[in-house]
Write a protein that binds this ligand. Sequence first.
Ligand code: ISE
Length: 338
Amino acid sequence: MSSPELRVGIVGAGAMGADHAARITNRINGARVTAIVEPDPARAESAASLSSDASVFPSLEAAADAIDAVLIATPGPAHEEALLSALEAELEILCEKPLTPDSASSLRIVEAEQKHDRPHIQVGFMRRFDPEYVQLRNVIASGELGALLGLHCAHRNRVSNPGCVDSMLITDSVVHEIDTVAWLADEPITAVEVRHMRRNSLAPEGLNEPQLVLLETASGVLADVEMSVNAQLGYQVRTEAVFEKGVAEIGRSSGIAIYVDGMYNVDEHQDFRTRFATAYDIQVQRWVDAAREGRIDEQGCSAWDGYLAALVCEAGVAAQATGARVEVEKADKPAFYN
Ligand code: ISE
């Protein structure tokens, strides 16, 4: 049976936290934002003003009486502290990707979670809720096109974020393909290799990209990911899946099409918040529905899957540095996550 409306605290009110505050207030049923925990007073007030029920608190502990659940949207390095304190308070948790920035801290989270009666953490890999990704996963699982052989993925950002360095192409961006490839193929990624394309001279000095990342799964499905963070053209995320009997494609530009002056123009996204707006909405709604029933959503990314993604990222960063194929450290899934 569902509990009354879920009172959600948002930790971290930067762009993503504010986006989620507006989403929960305007589009999600069964939840309201009651607390904002954010050290920057202007950001905190601005996010709190989006909901008539929200107050600003100096810490998660201080907000404890006002919330049943927490949405963590701080930068990755602050996730561990927030996750541990939310677990301690037995809150339901949606944590923006990545779970934490490295596998050692992710393992600490997984160990702390297992001290509870059931999983409480969902990691915000929102592509699992994108309708086209879901359709593709169903096609793969149905076997109607035969076995899945490989995937061609393109992940293009318009311009890189300030401070972006090579390793972040893996840990901040390809981490999405790392989660979705394992989820689509329904098996773990076992090895990673990274090559560099000819360098884009429009990338900031020192950034060596685009990169071509090869993800290999346990049964030999090979996913090639073109990762460009200065693609200029807008924001694109596309996947072509190659099967024994055919090919499936998702992520085509689908904005308004204009035919004029001998040209055919289709609107393109500029940012992941619009490209994946529907996926974010569905993800948060399903998280809320599950949390009100005292469980995590089975389609979402568990803390265990978040830990596996951290292990693959580490192999990826090592592969970037060496140019060699790097195997991913094996990890046996605890029964707690079955
Ligand atoms: C950003 O943090 C995201 O998560 C986006 O989905 C991704 O496309 C982008 O590369 C990241 O910087």
